[in-house]
Design a protein around this ligand. Sequence first.
Ligand code: SF4
Length: 299
Amino acid sequence: MRVEIDRSSGFCWGVVRTVEIAERELAAGRKLYSLGDIIHNPMEIARLREQGLETITHADLDRLTGATVLVRAHGEPPETFRKARERGITIVDATCPVVTKVQERIRKFYLDGFQVVIFGKKDHAEVVGLVGQTNGEAIVLKSVAEIDAVTLDRKTVLFSQTTMDKPTFHAIRDALATRVKELVVATMEDEAVEFHAKDTICGQVSGRDKKIREFARAHDVVLFVAGKHSSNGKVLYEIVRSENPRTHFVEDLPEVDWNWFEGACSVGITGATSTPQWLMETIQNAILQQSSNNTIHSH
Ligand code: SF4
């Protein structure tokens, strides 16, 4: 039986970098706190916890004077850095460079007097960091239905959270652009309201669903490995299952049922952007082992 890991699955390079930064600090023997879960995967959190990484909340910053705190790939608003400075906390900034760049661009437009609109999820940590660049003034939308919140009476710029989908971003961009035009025509203003759209969706995640569909179709059985609470995991799992009904969601090896592979020639292992490579490899090796022990009746 062939057992293949999806080469386009697993951590994006921004998350790989964050984990490496954390491991480097931990290897130096320093106590390290992560502001929020470093990643949406309980297996990886547990692995790093064993090395000494402890997850904290923003409220905990008050009691951690002098500690070392990791800012994860999603980034943080300026307020967090200010709070840390006041408490003598050392920040290890592992914000993904792609996110840092978006933060900088948003800040620049904001300081230039633009109304900033962000396509994203209000409570998502990355969005909180982005909105923080605008003194909390940016408008966050997650669909075209919400564009009434934007009043186009001043120059406006649209950005995107890095993990959103392109078709919706384009729909929001087009709807806002149409409104700008209508406004100009209706009021016969000489000067058009300036409107820019900046597609800041990360290349590491866009296009992922097309690749994962191909991978799902190429195997008899698919194991989708992810943390039960990963939102990216839930979305991708549904996509995979729609392509291949013999798809199973597992968080860890003990959940794998060998009967799933009955009669299968090929098994594909894939996962969310938060699924560690080592976990998929552990599952791959276990299936190969079972298969060579003839526990699985495959072709
Ligand atoms: S998805 Fe892109 S922006 Fe987000 S952490 Fe990964 S590389 Fe960075």
